[in-house]
Design a protein around this ligand. Sequence first.
Ligand SMILES: Cc1ncc(COP(=O)(O)O)c(C=O)c1O
Length: 378
Amino acid sequence: MSNKIPIPPVFTHFSCSDSLDFTDEVTAAILSRQIVQHQHGGQLLAASQKYRIPEEDWIDLSTGISPRCYPLPQMPTRCWQRLPEINDGLETAASAYYGSASLLAVSGSQEAIQRLPLVLNRDTKKLRAGIVSAAYHSHQQAWEKAGHEVVVLDSSDVNDTIAALDVLIVVNPSNPGAEQFATQTLLDWHQQLSAKNGTLIVDEAFIDSTPEQSLITQKPKTGLIVLRSIGKFFGLAGVRLGFVWATPDLLKKIADKQDDWSVSHPARWAGKQALKDRHWQQQQREFLKHQSQRLKSILEKNIVHKWQKNKHEVTLKSTNLFVYMQTSSAEKLHTLLARRGILTRYFDNPHALRFGLPANEAQWQRLEQELLKIDSRF
Ligand SMILES: Cc1ncc(COP(=O)(O)O)c(C=O)c1O
């Protein structure tokens, strides 16, 4: 049997024949691209190949991850050598930071997103899960993959629909939509669901800038699950660490489905340092607040005000980590910026772009210059 595979179009600029040997490095790249297909932001290598711009020349605004990450000290060699153990101080640091001990460490909140539809399965009964849009697409994927029925809702439709739902998933503040939900609204929804044995899942991956808005309280509540991430506010997405806050029986069900070493020793060590450093966290809150205001104001000045004058519909919403721009020209603007080496995240339903924060002053200047060049009759 031949061990040759065809080359997908994205790789055709490589100087080689129309099929490859399984042993070479290019084949490894092609195979891994075919096997692992993520739809997340931050796919800089793919953008670099598509637009033929070297990786180092891009301004990557395609994620909501803080460009300023927690400055981790040198990691002790034992973290690489020894298997992870619980109660190494991570759980204590997490319970002090989140304000409750009823937590389970997971390998990014993504792990919990994928496990929850399996864990909440009631006697193999198919559940009806409502997801408030625009929400991080992995929620919908995970619930559909587990065979449940998914209803995608506008926040304004929740009150009319909640009686027919078993589970409601809300991302607060929402990503990408940047919508913020009042604590009382969420608690009312939780009450309505838990009264009929239902569950409210609140994904708080982007809430660390405004921790007072979190639903986490010291004592967990039946029918309420909160997800937290170390990736966004701390800028440590590569560490793969997050937490689930829920009642202990539910945490046990998730833990039973976890790999024994789902959170690596380096991740546990890094997370512990970041969660303990209150001084840095306070500085980071101030920093992100200032940076997101700057981003919002340059987008308002260079796009929104100009476009609105020309009756071109465009709206902005923001969190402290990204700005969400809704406009029918989103795809066109995404492509135009990408051709100039600025990567944003494009969403097609509704048509919108997400702009993350530039990483340094040079990037801020370049972004503003490029935005300035965009024609007001775009
Ligand atoms: C809203 C939301 N929740 C959860 C995640 C998963 O994050 P992580 O697994 O890094 O904690 C993401 C990632 O982009 C996200 O946007």
